[in-house]
Design a protein around this ligand. Structure first.
Ligand code: DAH
Length: 344
């Protein structure tokens, strides 16, 4: 029995010594010292020994167990230390490596222009209105004095979803929606920035999706001179104090009379250059006095109320202002392009 014990001890100690990791070590612990292990078995056989031999054998068993446990603990500490060292070595951070550059974005030129225009009109007492981009044919066309089959509908090739629903081709439907909500009682003084959609082939100056800013003022005694004064203030604040404006007769179904506003060229001051195509003038927006039909359809008494409206394209303004030669630059979001406007 004694021999068997010493044999087991040598065997266990050798295995502990050879253990390569903590899992193996634990398996050895269970195998030799566990309840079903050989040493426990030896203990069980002690009943057969004489009273004299029993304590001696008991002491020896304890000694063997202690030695194995001691060795196990020492080996465990060693393996744990090795593990920590291995981890430290593999996770070492080289603090001397140069950092990765952080790519800081900047405001998009189109957003900048839209916000500038918003600020300007908010300062003149306007509020900002919004409307849906998926719009009813009624608001996009009919309520703006463009009945079905009206030839002027061809001016704006549309994306129809059903016969009565389309992606809005202009922000003008927000005029009708806002007036309708007012239930025939003025005053209305809004601008409406937003996305619009047209069936155009994309090129340097066209995009199937772009933005517009609509303006609408309705009250008693609103006159063409109010429109002119407003546009003049806008042009000077946006493009510089020495800008002149010029109104040319035009046609929009929802305004009568209708005009287009040009500003004197901010590059050459009117002498003629590549920006104004040698004319001295740059076309900026469409406007006019709200057509009585439009007022009536949205519930306003056109004998009591009058109004003016205007609509402009922020892309065109951004392109003019920053000298951008291709509208697609505004949509591809190349950071090298956008970054140029960080401090502009
Ligand atoms: N909605 C017009 C367009 O997309 C722009 C416009 C012109 C809006 C004159 C107006 C306006 O409100 O009075 O071409």
């Amino acid at each position: 029995m004694q021999e068997r014990l010493l044999e087991l001890k040598e065997e266990a100690l050798a295995k502990v010594e050879a253990a390569a990791n903590l899992k193996e070590l634990n398996d050895i612990r269970v195998a030799y010292l566990g309840k079903k292990g050989p040493i426990t078995e030896v203990l069980r056989g002690m009943g057969k020994l004489s009273a004299e031999e029993r304590p001696k054998m008991g002491a020896l068993v304890n000694e063997v167990r202690e030695q194995i446990t001691e060795k196990l603990t020492a080996k465990q500490e060693l393996l744990e230390k090795e593990e920590v060292e291995r981890k430290l070595a593999s996770e070492t951070i080289d603090v001397t490596l140069p950092g990765r550059p952080v790519n800081v974005g900047g405001p998009h030129p189109l957003t900048k222009v839209i916000e500038e225009i918003e600020d300007l009109f908010l300062g003149m007492g306007y509020s900002i209105a919004e409307g849906p981009e998926v719009e009813k044919d009624y608001y996009n066309f009919e309520a703006l004095n463009l009945p079905k089959d009206h030839p002027a509908r061809d001016m704006q090739d549309s994306f129809y979803i059903t016969e009565d629903i389309l992606l809005r081709t202009q922000t003008s439907p927000v005029q009708a929606r806002t007036m309708e909500k007012h239930e025939g009682k003025g005053p209305v003084k809004i601008i409406c920035p937003g996305k619009v959609y047209r069936r155009d082939n994309d090129d340097a100056t066209h995009s199937h999706q772009f933005t517009q800013i609509e303006g609408l003022v309705v009250d008693e005694n609103i006159r063409m001179s109010d429109l002119k004064g407003t546009l003049n203030t806008f042009a000077k604040k946006m493009f510089g104090d020495d800008r002149e404006i010029r109104l040319r007769p035009s046609f929009f179904p929802f305004t009568e009379p209708s005009v287009e506003m040009d500003i004197s060229c901010f590059k050459c001051g009117g002498d003629g250059c590549n920006v104004c195509k040698k004319t001295g003038w740059i076309e900026i927006l469409g406007a006019g006095m709200v057509h009585p039909n439009v007022l009536e359809m949205s519930g306003f008494d056109s004998k009591k109320y009058t109004g003016f409206a205007f609509g402009m394209g922020p892309e065109r303004i951004a392109m003019l202002k920053y000298g951008i030669d291709d509208i697609r630059h505004l949509y591809t979001n190349d950071n090298r392009f956008i970054k140029q406007f960080n401090r502009a």
